[in-house]
Design a protein around this ligand. Structure first.
Ligand SMILES: Cc1ncc(COP(=O)(O)O)c(C=O)c1O
Length: 442
């Protein structure tokens, strides 16, 4: 039996419901990305502009998914549209080198502190796969340490502790050691006990875009310990790169990893990825005057759309705008306003929880009364379990959509969300909480 929230959702979205009926026979669950699975059905959108998008039934929503994190400039920024249109007319794939890739690489090197050298890919998954392969080839060691719940795309190795590991050989998973974060003595002990570790990889603000935070001091400790043991430190800045600060989390926290992976904002809204970092590690791709090295240690790297001119033109424009305008400052200011406004709603309705997060990555944590500075909110495992109650959060997601907000429990800010958008979001949040409470879930 559908809840009242679901009934309202179904009534407001007949066009999406109809499309879902067709799509479910074509795609698993009717969708093309696991994170887009949604009961009773996903919405179908037609177009978007700035922080707003529009569905097939003519509903306008304020968008806090922001292109899965790639759109810090909002949807269809006019300068990016022009850059891509112009490049489209000049060619989308020239099967050779272009000035565009040089400019794109230059911008990465100027903005990301660890970037001595760069190699482009088409996605974050590929970039992360390449980073661990580079670390393995460079150190001639085989194991990787990753942290619980940290997401590094869907490659075999880095899915080690994820759900849905069907089809991955256990031998691949056994080469990855999964540890809880923020415990440097555990890391040091593991490195002491095991001399076959090539790299440590992490999301520098924590799992799920900072939902389970990393303490900044832990980044510094990791830097020290990995240097001491000769282990490659990899920051997965697929989300945090060019967000958190223009130079990513590494610049914000002043900790420089050996390798960094980038995607999302890097491509300005089109597909793009990169590994950058220490030249001597990135150079594991370069053939040498050494047949044995070339056969057994060099890393082969192809990829039809690496540094393709369309993604490059869009990525260049996005990074140039970030350098020229106070984009992160604005996204952070709007993020702070959002946190204040939503926390006021929670106190007014006397609902335990908080809205917190670092800079422009913000999370709702419902169901637990706790002290928190609304920046780095550390919860016990038990409290974390309460905040991630999937039945309540799914209803909250639909109730927010019914009220014109696409966020779920996470808000990825752009610099183009306005004070008006935030005020409307706070009102929608209040209404949605009332609806969820009426279902007996709060
Ligand atoms: C931290 C992190 N790393 C890697 C990836 C994978 O990137 P992509 O979806 O471009 O393959 C994601 C995607 O959300 C991510 O959040």
């Amino acid at each position: 039996m559908a809840t009242l929230i679901e009934q309202k959702y179904i009534a407001a979205h007949p066009g999406s419901a109809q499309r879902h009926e067709k799509a479910k026979h074509m795609f698993p669950n009717g969708v093309t990305h696991d994170a887009r699975r949604q009961n009773p059905f996903q919405l179908y959108y037609t177009h978007a502009m700035g922080p707003h998008k529009y569905d097939v039934d003519g509903n306008e929503v304020i968008d806090f998914w922001s292109g899965h994190g790639s759109l810090i400039l909002g949807h269809s920024h006019p300068e990016i549209v022009t850059a891509v249109q112009q490049q489209m007319a000049k060619g989308t794939h020239l099967s050779g080198s272009t000035d565009l890739e040089i400019r794109w690489g230059e911008l990465v090197r100027e903005m990301i502190p660890s970037a001595e050298k760069v190699r482009f890919h088409s996605s974050g998954t590929e970039a992360d796969m390449m980073a661990i392969r580079m670390a393995r080839a460079y150190t001639e060691k085989s194991k990787i340490i990753k942290f619980e719940d940290h997401f590094h795309g869907w490659s075999d190795y880095l899915s080690a502790d994820a759900d849905g590991i069907g089809g991955i050989p256990k031998e691949a998973l056994e080469t990855v050691i999964v540890l809880p974060p923020n415990d440097i003595s555990l890391i040091e002990q593991t490195l002491q006990d095991n001399d076959d570790i090539a790299a440590i990889i992490l999301e520098p603000t924590g799992a799920h875009m900072g939902l389970e935070p990393i303490l900044p001091a832990f980044l510094e400790e990791l830097r020290e310990v990995t240097t001491k043991f000769g282990v490659v430190l990899i920051f997965d800045e697929v989300v945090t790169g060019f967000r958190i600060s223009d130079g990513g989390a590494q610049s914000y926290y002043g900790v420089t990893p050996d390798l960094t992976t980038l995607a999302k904002i890097l491509g300005g809204g089109l597909p793009g990825g990169a590994v950058c970092g220490k030249a001597e590690i990135i150079n594991m791709i370069e053939p040498r005057d050494d047949a044995d090295f070339n056969k057994n240690r060099r890393i082969a790297h192809n990829g039809t759309f690496n540094a393709n001119p369309l993604s490059a033109s869009s990525g260049i424009k996005a990074l140039e705008i970030l350098k020229r305008d106070p984009i992160n400052e604005k996204a952070i200011r709007m993020g702070n306003l959002l946190k204040r406004s939503l926390n006021e709603v929670l106190s007014k309705q006397e609902i335990p929880g908080c809205v917190s997060g670092v800079n422009s990555l913000i999370h709702i944590r419902l169901g637990t009364d706790h002290d928190c500075d609304h920046e780095i909110c550390m919860l016990s495992k038990e409290d974390m379990g309460k905040t991630t109650n999937s039945i309540r959060n799914a209803q909250l997601n639909l109730a927010l959509l019914n009220n014109g907000v696409h966020s779920g429990t996470r808000f990825i800010m752009s610099a183009f969300h306005t004070e008006r958008d935030i005020a409307k979001t706070a009102e929608a949040f209040g209404n949605a909480l009332t609806d969820v409470r009426a279902e007996g879930l709060i």
